[in-house]
Write a protein that binds this ligand. Structure first.
Ligand SMILES: Cc1cc2nc3c(=O)[nH]c(=O)nc-3n(C[C@H](O)[C@H](O)[C@H](O)COP(=O)(O)OP(=O)(O)OC[C@H]3O[C@@H](n4cnc5c(N)ncnc54)[C@H](O)[C@@H]3O)c2cc1C
Ligand code: FES
Length: 260
């Protein structure tokens, strides 16, 4: 399930274009200098930023050989990435990790919070490309200026639901509060959750309570990204986010964090 030929190898990739998605997130369209294969939704790269660190970032899109990653300003390395320009180079190790199988015949609900929307929008693009027509997306943010990929999701003609903590757009509350309302009225084959840890825990519990199949796209503190250092262990479960994930079924995720 991983991009086996590239594990441990860093490939240089040129920044071809940069889009400011909102005040905290920029997308980078990257052209690798060697063929690294097509990433799958849920997979990530260890992105080596010259002069800084190597950090895990999910794939948010793949367009004719260009890899898109969408990076939120957080600390030193991500802030520095926001100063990069077209023509600069990054290093890519991957694609890494397991992924979510896209089935265009299934009905999905995607639930994202903050930059967690990034891998979900990649899934959505793939689902639509394969001819899928039954998909709904919830995007959540603290306020409307932090919503991510609203235009792209609308253009892809998915049914879009918006939740903001401060009520500045759409439903007032979290994406999980909105998920609760939606699943009361509608049935879905699978739910995909990506966002901050507490959001994932609440979403996974809600899905299990309602007998819904759900996948969690988890985060962990990563150093090597390839199963060696142990820093990304999910709770004390022995499961490594980089090697056994980042995609986990909801029950495995909750059990690993000992929250169920
Ligand atoms: C599988 C995976 C996929 C990811 N995908 C994306 C993505 O698509 N877009 C994106 O913007 N970010 C993503 N991240 C998070 C990203 O890797 C971190 O934001 C980044 O490493 C922070 O680096 P920094 O040097 O800028 O900040 P640091 O100075 O290292 O940290 C800044 C702050 O963020 C906290 N922090 C850093 N990393 C994490 C983490 N993994 N979990 C919780 N808190 C953390 C630190 O404790 C600190 O408070 C992903 C992480 C993982 C594990
Ligand atoms: S990051 Fe080193 S084991 Fe996962």
């Amino acid at each position: 399930m991983t991009g086996a030929i590239m594990i441990g190898t860093i490939i240089a990739a040129e920044i071809k274009s940069i889009i400011q998605e909102n005040k905290e997130v920029k997308s980078f369209y990257l052209k690798p200098t060697r063929n690294i294969g097509k990433p799958e939704p849920g997979q990530f790269f260890m992105v080596w930023v010259p002069g800084r660190e190597e950090i895990p970032i999910s794939v948010s899109g793949y367009f004719n050989g260009l890899i898109r990653i969408s990076v939120a300003k957080r600390g030193e390395t991500t802030n520095y990435m926001h100063t990069l320009r077209n023509g600069d180079f990054l290093g890519l190790k991957g694609p890494l990790g397991n992924f979510v199988h896209v089935d265009p015949n299934k009905k999905y609900l995607l639930v994202g919070g903050g930059y967690g929307v990034a891998p979900l929008v990649f899934f959505l693009n793939e689902y639509i490309r394969l001819g899928g027509e039954k998909i709904e997306v919830i995007i959540g943010a603290r306020s409307k200026d932090l919503l991510l990929f609203e235009d792209e999701i609308t253009q892809l003609k998915a049914i879009l639901h918006i939740a903001t903590d401060d009520g500045s757009k759409g439903f007032r509350g979290t994406s999980i509060d909105l998920m609760k309302k939606i699943i009361r009225k509608e049935k879905f084959d699978e739910i995909l959750l990506c966002g901050p840890e507490q959001m994932l825990i609440n979403g996974a519990k809600l899905a299990i309570k309602n007998n819904l199949k759900a996948w969690v796209l988890a985060e962990g503190y990563m150093k090597c990204g390839i199963g060696i250092c142990g820093s990304c262990e999910l709770g004390n479960s022995g499961l490594l986010v980089c090697r056994d994930g980042p995609v986990f079924d909801a029950l495995t995720y909750l059990r690993s964090l000992e929250t169920i």
